[in-house]
Ligand binder design. Structure first.
Ligand SMILES: Cc1cc2nc3c(=O)[nH]c(=O)nc-3n(C[C@H](O)[C@H](O)[C@H](O)COP(=O)(O)OP(=O)(O)OC[C@H]3O[C@@H](n4cnc5c(N)ncnc54)[C@H](O)[C@@H]3O)c2cc1C
Length: 489
């Protein structure tokens, strides 16, 4: 128990006297207004959007609480905060906007939550080299709006764009809905600045590729706050697209749709949006499209320079017709566009007692369908599961991301049911030869399968962690870099 709030997987925390003393010392770095020990701030930063946490919240429980929240305004302040925490061995959990979906931002061992929300400046817009340098706490939607005002796009639109930060994207290796054209965030990033736990500031070169040894700054991609804090990012940008074309086709089978998108990607086409839905999701999303009844819908949005758009439209049309796709016109693309940020159903379902989640994995083309089949079957075999559906998005010449949605009503304890369906999904995914994650990161929960996913590599990652963070202050218990005592499979 922490105050009147039950923190159910908290491993350790400070006494009120200790946290008050820490807050006083932090105030010397960031000012009085840059620190808080108030319960309202501790509650606001104790969680992310991990759906299981939604279930706990409805039951009046939180996973863990930080002792002190700090809002630094500059790289220098971040460095000073980390130096102080490192000297005293105090845990630090970076916090972007808290939209992660796997518990990555939970301060398992209390200590400091370092919230980047005040670090939101655009530092430089480089029109000639098509790059922008920003601070990590910048909100995704504001980032894109800024670029649009200047005639550019950042090309990165996660569904959470309105409630996520640039730093969070980089820390989790995020993917936007238009990733097929613009790339995942790891393709978009040019260079990073980050602060190590001992306060050292590292910077990567803002140059188009280098061959000067391993890139230390890029080690922070996917590090989820376990190695230090990303304090600045330089990212590629693009001219605002000149033309957009919308296409959609319905296929008798998912395999036919997969063949089409594989051929488009392997021929060099790069439609910004590629989404291929299974039977259940097609029925759920496109009930008004008659041709899609009992079929699998493929939605394509092609954008950019008008000459290139025309060529890509021709390629997609030819390949879709070759696989007997039924042309469904622009309406399904408009329908997707209108609802692309709407996730209200999931919070409604949680309030009605459901347990749900989404699990994205990534597979090569030769087993992209098998993974879907095996994961779906495994999920439906877990008692309580009512729905296990999927779609493919984020496609590459070598394979695709499969995004499964699971919804069920626990036959007993909700947490146990949640663990059971995740285990079923992960085991089926690994047995099918796919990788267990594409863009949500590992956080607390998916980190439990790091050993199966990474094998020997995990030992090396732990050595890197030990070298950079010998006292283990950065986001303890995540990514399986060490054991989370109170959260096991
Ligand atoms: C409705 C919804 C839709 C989503 N859709 C997508 C999607 O389409 N694509 C996608 O990729 N993801 C999606 N996500 C997941 C989530 O939005 C992303 O993981 C996002 O990148 C997290 O950003 P954040 O700022 O909210 O990070 P947080 O949740 O605050 O933090 C995530 C992790 O990064 C670490 N971190 C944050 N900032 C820093 C920093 N500056 N330095 C070091 N570590 C840091 C934290 O410690 C934590 O471990 C979705 C989430 C929701 C709720």
């Amino acid at each position: 128990m922490s105050g009147s709030v039950e923190a159910i997987i908290q491993e350790s925390s400070m006494s009120p006297e200790e946290s008050a003393a820490l807050a006083r010392d932090l105030a010397k770095i960031v000012g009085e207004e840059g620190v808080s020990t108030k319960m309202v701030d501790r509650l606001a930063t104790c969680r992310d959007f991990w759906p299981l946490m939604g279930v706990w919240f409805v039951e009046g429980k939180v996973p863990a609480l930080p002792d002190v929240i700090v809002w630094p305004k500059s790289t220098a302040e971040v460095a000073a905060v980390l130096s102080l925490a490192n000297e005293r061995g105090i845990p630090v959990t970076p916090f972007g906007k808290g939209s992660g979906v796997l518990g990555g931002a939970i301060p398992l061992r209390g200590g400091i939550v370092l919230d980047t929300k005040l670090m939101k400046r655009v530092k430089e817009l480089d029109r000639e080299n098509l790059m922008i340098t920003v601070e990590p706490g910048l909100n995704g939607a504001l980032y894109e709006e800024y670029l649009n005002r200047h005639g550019f796009t950042g090309g990165h639109f996660p569904q959470s764009v309105r409630c996520s930060s640039v730093g969070g994207w980089l820390a989790c290796r995020a993917a936007g809905q238009l990733s097929n054209r613009y790339g995942k965030i790891e393709d978009i990033v040019v260079a990073l600045e980050a602060v190590l736990p001992d306060g050292t500031v590292i910077r990567g070169p803002k140059k188009p590729r280098t061959s000067t040894g391993p890139r230390i700054d890029l080690l922070f991609l996917g590090s989820e706050g376990t190695l230090g804090v990303i304090t600045e990012a330089t990212l590629s940008i693009w001219p605002y697209p000149e033309q957009k074309a919308k296409l959609s086709y319905a296929f008798d089978s998912l395999e036919q749709g997969l063949t089409v998108i594989r051929k488009i990607m392997q021929a060099g086409g790069r439609p910004a949006v590629v989404r291929l839905y299974d039977l259940d999701e097609t029925a759920g999303h496109f009930p008004e499209t008659r041709e899609a009844e009992g079929r699998c819908m493929l939605v394509l949005l092609i954008e950019g320079d008008s000459t290139l758009v025309s060529a890509e439209v021709k390629l997609a049309q030819e390949l879709a017709l070759e696989e007997k796709g039924l042309d469904c016109g622009e309406a399904p693309v408009d329908h997707w566009d209108e609802r692309r940020y709407n996730v209200s159903l999931s919070s409604k379902m949680i309030r009605q007692g459901a347990v749900l989640d989404t699990i994205e994995v990534t597979a090569n083309w030769d087993n992209a369908f098998t993974v879907y089949k095996n994961m779906r079957e495994a999920l439906l075999n877990v008692e309580g599961t009512a729905l296990a559906s999927g779609h493919y998005s984020h496609v590459y010449p070598e394979g695709a991301c499969l995004y499964m949605t699971i919804c069920g009503f626990a036959p007993g304890d909700k947490t146990e049911y949640y663990k059971r369906f995740w285990s079923a999904a992960m085991e089926a995914c690994l047995a099918s030869g796919a990788s267990i994650g594409h863009h949500h990161g590992l956080g607390l929960h998916r980190g439990l399968w790091m050993e199966e996913e990474q094998g020997e590599n995990l030992k090396i990652l732990r050595r890197i962690k030990q070298a950079l963070d010998p006292k283990g202050i950065m986001n303890p218990g995540k990514l399986s870099l060490e054991v989370a005592e109170k959260w096991q499979k």
